[in-house]
Design a protein around this ligand. Structure first.
Ligand code: ATP
Ligand code: MG
Length: 229
């Protein structure tokens, strides 16, 4: 089984979009793909007969593309209603985000023995959990392969290089990056060329504005992933 962690240069950079496209592409090749969104902030409260549940849109979108019949709470065990930094949302309701809870939820999905387990991070690489911990420590603990989504806009070179260098300094393997360009950027190809020289992991895809996930999925180079399967 390959375990992938999707991180990005920032929030709103395209992590869910790329995670959906990767899931779709792998499912199309008949792989069993499970998904995980450990922490979300920005959820709607839904009243169900079995109790209230907080539903996060990212988790729903990942669920629609995947093929392991997971429940929404299995996919997203830690959910907060307000769209604010998760550790602050936790504090507001007198709770804490613990590494052991994230890890236990993850192990449960690992035990499903899918071919691929795709996890979407939250925010950027150094997402604080509170108490001095970061979500990146979970990625280290579980030895996931990292995919970096770069939101192509002015300022992204700095964000991309800092993120990439930190992933490597954390002892992790970045197996590819995606240039996500939903909006026009001046000198896009020059910026991508520069990043290709600065990031020594393969460019998996250059994605333009595309609302059809299966079309975005079709241009991803899956070979760095499928060679590990
Ligand atoms: N290439 C693209 N084409 C069209 N829409 C896109 C593209 N990339 C991202 N989007 C849209 O931009 C918005 C932000 O992207 P997305 O939700 O994937 O970011 P994110 O990194 O997952 O954000 P968050 O940190 O909130 O989880 C979404 O509405 C998404 O559908
Ligand atoms: Mg997201």
């Amino acid at each position: 089984m390959i375990k992938l962690f999707i991180t990005a240069t920032d929030t709103d950079a395209g992590k869910t979009y790329v995670a959906q496209a990767l899931t779709s592409a792998l499912v199309k090749q008949n792989y069993r793909v499970a998904v995980f969104k450990p922490i979300s902030a920005g959820c709607r409260l839904v009243h169900l007969p079995e109790g209230d549940v907080l539903i996060n849109e990212d988790a729903e979108q990942l669920m629609y593309q995947s093929n392991c019949s997971q429940s929404i709470t299995e996919i997203n065990p830690i959910a907060f209603q307000p769209a604010i930094a998760p550790h602050i949302a936790a504090k507001l309701i007198d709770t804490e985000i613990t590494m052991s809870e994230i890890h236990a939820s993850y192990k449960h999905i690992v035990n499903r023995a899918s071919d691929c387990l795709i996890t979407e991070g939250a925010g950027g690489w150094r997402l604080p959990l509170g108490n001095g911990k970061y979500l990146s420590e979970f990625v280290q603990l579980t030895e996931q392969k990292v995919i970096l989504v770069v939101n192509m806009k002015l300022g992204c070179l700095n964000h991309a290089v800092l993120t990439y260098e930190t992933i490597i300094a954390d002892g992790l393997d970045c197996i590819g990056w995606v240039a996500n360009c939903p909006e026009p950027m001046a000198y896009l190809s020059e910026n991508i060329s520069e990043l290709k020289t600065l990031i020594s992991a393969p460019l998996l895809a250059q994605l333009g504005f595309q609302t059809d996930i299966s079309k975005a999925a079709s241009v991803i180079d899956l070979s760095p992933i499928t060679k590990l399967l």
